[in-house]
Design a protein around this ligand. Structure first.
Ligand code: ZN
Ligand code: ZN
Length: 728
């Protein structure tokens, strides 16, 4: 072993392999009509933040390994994504840098694509898109108009969450503990006309379908159930004057013991009951102060006694108390409070003298109830008073009111030369944008200046990658390829994507009912879904402020892309928060470095090992055992890949290598040296190991075979070994 063998040098190998892939068009999306099964692997859609973070690396390393594996199984694979490029994060970043968001977005995206290519992710880069491209957002506008016509988008004059700092309304899901998800300032409720997306018609179906999801991991299912917030119970009618009031209770057996009614501050009739000036003032205060929405702490949550009551048919009446605890538990509804059956109700009663003293209402004992379900999930606002978003395709006409822009006149183009300052909505100050004609009566009218929240773009952000870029202008939701690629076989996303996925599921059902997606019978965009937890460092979320940000570029420069990919996959199972540390990085570097030196030496010498019939016969049983080990190893790693349990697969790869080394040790122990048949069997085993490793460390497997002069075997790396292929 005196000869100098080429050392493992990822900095040399990786760019070379990447160039080869690009030249060969290795990861172009195949024709989905080839007859092979079409598998669409959908990684998360990144914001154009300008930098990949370790969470992305985790996401794409899982998705890429899975996509490579499915290709190796012979499937037609689409691995594609687009940037979530509109919205506050991009606009804020652009304001900070004093550039136009349009400029910032492209610059950031290009930089992130470079990083992805350097990490060796096998995306079809020709299919990458930006949600802020005109050719994209015209379809967001199409979707808006289509949903508006179907009654699933509506404008309501309602109280909405408002962030003073970001100068915009927020969706309920963007309010975390009473604070803005973006700037963490307190939000308050204001009243203004706002566009809403109606998801309530699909809550039950979203709920029901969860039971049949076989390829969804527990974490993904958990987020869907959490967002739904399902409560089983009964509802009953109380006399609310002109119109009856429907009241919910999760305690069907205890209805007769109801003492008062809790209503959400967002109940459509709340102002009627809060008519007293003093009560009204307190309600306004509650709305402007913001509240901790997730708080279920009945001892601290705001409560307002309205002084009003609801009559019970058959006798008695129930005081009305306003509290956002209703929203946190059942959504913006009204609930029968039963202190005897419900601890939270008991705690609230103790804080409201009129509720505590309320006598039983005898009518409740005989009142009719019906079984029902309440979901905490509810319609959400989609309009924003910001510049950087899809213009809402509506014209406000003095005589006709809000009129949707006809589909054939789309897109309503967003001026791209604006440098926002963060104050006001610059679209309202651009006459060239603002002034238009009413599509209905032809009179001068003004365009809607609200733009769509990027959450709306995200409703269909999983679709465009499945449509060839050259067709996207003409056909999007009706493109014939969609019938092959959809639903996506697997979504791989961070567990903070739960609300995106939930709303994508609702809108897919809407598009099924409206027509274009009628071929997706269950209305589910993702047949499988793997959610993973985040990556932290030192037990804490990575942040510039804490100085604990791990930079993927630095890791790649120091250890190579394959080692980084292997390390992040190895470090933790998807359902666990990954606490990044050097241990995983050291493990991956040591494994790859060790395998390289070991294999390159054996490949180089195998042809020189002398034949020895007697010895070969003597060690035949050992080669048989090695063959069994290979078969087992491949089978296990394949099963891990099927389940996207990449951390287990990496462990099984290391065991596979251990077994190959073990084989040599045992033969040497028995015979002193390897015979030719042993050395050949070992080299074959090493090639099988490289084939199993290829989805995780693709540069390495190819680079090693190339360095060993076994180029003709590189092609075998893109085929998953079959059991019959084990050692001859
Ligand atoms: Zn804010
Ligand atoms: Zn008009």
């Amino acid at each position: 072993m005196s000869e100098q063998r080429p050392k493992y040098d990822p900095a040399a190998i990786e760019p070379e392999r990447q160039r080869a892939w690009e030249q060969a068009g290795a990861y172009e999306t195949p024709d989905p009509e080839s007859g092979r099964s079409a598998v669409y692997v959908k990684p998360s859609s990144p914001f154009t933040s300008g930098n990949l973070h370790m969470g992305h690396v985790r996401d794409y390393s899982i998705g890429d390994a899975y996509a490579r594996y499915r290709r190796a199984l012979g499937d037609s694979v689409l691995l594609g994504f687009g940037f979530d490029a509109f919205g506050l994060p991009a606009e804020m970043a652009a304001i900070e840098r004093n550039v136009a968001p349009a400029e910032w977005v492209v610059e950031s995206g290009e930089r992130m694509l470079e990083q992805m290519k350097r990490l060796g992710y096998s995306f079809d880069y020709d299919r990458v898109f930006y949600s802020s491209d005109e050719s994209q957002y015209r379809w967001s506008q199409w979707l808006f108009v289509t949903l508006l016509e179907a009654g699933l988008v509506y404008r309501a004059d309602t109280t909405v969450d408002w962030c003073d700092h970001c100068q915009t309304t927020l969706a309920a899901l963007q309010v975390e503990d009473g604070r803005c998800w973006r700037c963490h300032n307190e939000v308050r409720l204001i009243k203004r006309p706002t566009w809403f997306l109606k998801v309530t018609p699909y809550l039950e179906e979203n709920d029901r379908n969860l039971d049949g999801f076989e390829n969804w991991n527990e974490l993904a299912l958990k987020t869907q159930r959490y967002i739904l917030g399902r409560n089983e119970g009964v509802e009953l009618e109380l006399d609310g004057g002109e119109e009856a009031v429907t009241v919910f209770s999760p305690h069907p057996g205890a209805v007769a013991e109801g003492r008062f009614v809790l209503v959400s501050p967002r109940h459509p009739r709340v102002e009627e009951w809060a008519a007293e000036p003093e009560v009204r003032a307190r309600l306004d205060e509650l709305r402007s102060g913001g509240w901790e929405r997730s708080a279920r702490d009945a001892r601290a949550v705001p409560v307002i006694d309205t002084g009003s009551s609801l009559r019970v048919e058959g006798g008695g009446e129930l005081p009305i108390v306003i509290s956002p605890i209703v929203d946190a538990r059942y959504g913006p509804t009204a609930a029968l409070a039963i202190p005897a059956a419900d601890e939270a109700d008991e705690a609230i009663a103790a804080r409201v003298p009129r509720a505590e003293a309320a006598p039983p209402a005898p009518g409740l004992a005989s009142i009719a109830t019906r079984e029902t379900t309440r979901y905490r999930a509810t319609d959400f606002s989609i309009g924003r008073q910001r510049y950087w978003g899809t213009p809402i395709p509506v014209v406000n006409c003095e005589s006709c009111g809000p009129v949707p822009v006809p589909v054939e006149q789309l897109p309503v183009v967003l001026p791209r030369d604006i440098k926002p300052t963060g104050e006001g909505n610059p679209l309202a100050e651009r006459p060239d944008f603002l002034e238009t004609e009413c599509p209905r009566c032809g009179e001068p009218a003004e365009r809607e200046t609200d733009t769509l929240d990027c959450h709306f773009d995200a409703l269909w952000l999983w679709v465009p990658a499945a449509v060839p870029p050259e067709d996207r202008g003409e056909q999007m939701f009706t493109h014939p390829d969609l019938r092959h690629w959809l639903p996506s076989e697997r979504l791989v996303a961070g567990n903070d994507s739960g609300s995106f996925v939930f709303d994508q599921r609702a809108v897919t059902k809407a598009l099924r009912d409206i027509g274009p997606f009628e071929f997706i019978a269950d209305g589910e965009p993702f047949a499988g879904c793997l959610f993973h937890e985040m990556v932290v460092a030192g037990g804490r979320k990575m942040s510039k402020h804490l100085g604990n940000v791990v930079d993927p570029d630095e890791l790649v420069a120091a250890h190579g892309a394959d080692a980084v990919r292997l390390a992040i996959l190895y470090a933790a199972g998807p359902a666990k928060t990954l606490n990044w540390n050097d241990g995983a990085m050291r493990f991956a570097s040591r494994f790859l470095g060790g395998l390289w030196s070991y294999a390159i030496e054996r490949f180089a010498t195998v042809a020189d090992v002398p034949r020895d019939e007697e010895a070969e016969e003597d060690t035949g049983f050992m080669r048989d055992r090695l063959a069994k080990w290979c078969e087992n190893g491949i089978e296990r790693i394949g099963a891990d890949l099927d389940d996207l349990q990449m951390h287990k697969a990496v462990r099984n790869l290391t065991r596979f290598f251990d077994r190959i080394q073990d084989f040599e040790k045992r033969v040497v122990k028995r015979r002193g040296v390897l015979s030719r048949a042993d050395a050949e069997a070992q080299a074959e085993a090493l090639v099988l190991l490289l084939r199993a490793l290829a989805p995780f460390a693709p540069h390495f497997s190819e680079g090693l075979l190339a360095a060993a002069g076994r180029e003709e075997e590189i092609e075998s790396l893109s085929l998953w070994p079959q059991p019959a292929e084990s050692l001859s």
